[in-house]
Design a protein around this ligand. Sequence first.
Ligand SMILES: O=C(O)CCC(=O)C(=O)O
Ligand SMILES: [Fe+2]
Length: 200
Amino acid sequence: MDLFSSEKIQNILPFDGITNYHGIILNKTQCDFYYNSLLENINWKNDEAIIFGKLIVTKRKVAWYGDSEYDYTYSKITKKANLWTKELLALKEIVEKESNETYNSCLLNLYHSGEEGMAYHSDGEKMLKKNGAIASLSLGAERKFSFKHKKNKQRIDVFLENGSLLVMKEGTQTNWLHRLPPTKKVNSPRINLTFRTIEL
Ligand SMILES: O=C(O)CCC(=O)C(=O)O
Ligand SMILES: [Fe+2]
């Protein structure tokens, strides 16, 4: 982490958690290269979930990658992860250096347009390391990302720029929900990578 980048790192949560916005950490060439290669080479699948006993298939696409082909259960459906690609390993290394943390898995989300988003949730699955950092790297369309405090409902918004990094740390998942609100203002795709540590 260089002096310049550490100066612009900010905790965007006012209390009960640390979520650091690092701003843009990739240059334009890197953004274009990784956006295009991930769009092409990732094993994208429509997300499936069981909600109120019904199978729901989302328009948003997802993919899990990691150190091994671990089974993961997400919204009551168990699947197998993919092994890291060269590009993902390179991004993992950049994100690990910038956030000063390590990760062994990554969930990628592909939102084809602003109509696709993700509802309020916190990332507290059993297999996730408790209070481990979750590093969120954004590529493509800039989107609003919102936090809501679980008790007092206070809201915090941040705009996730192309090539930016947001690191959710201690307290964030316990005390805050987050979502990616759908919007009619955005017509182009966004790729989001959340690097995580799961107990393998
Ligand atoms: O797309 C995003 O920025 C966030 C995705 C997210 O919250 C998640 O994958 O758990
Ligand atoms: Fe999340």
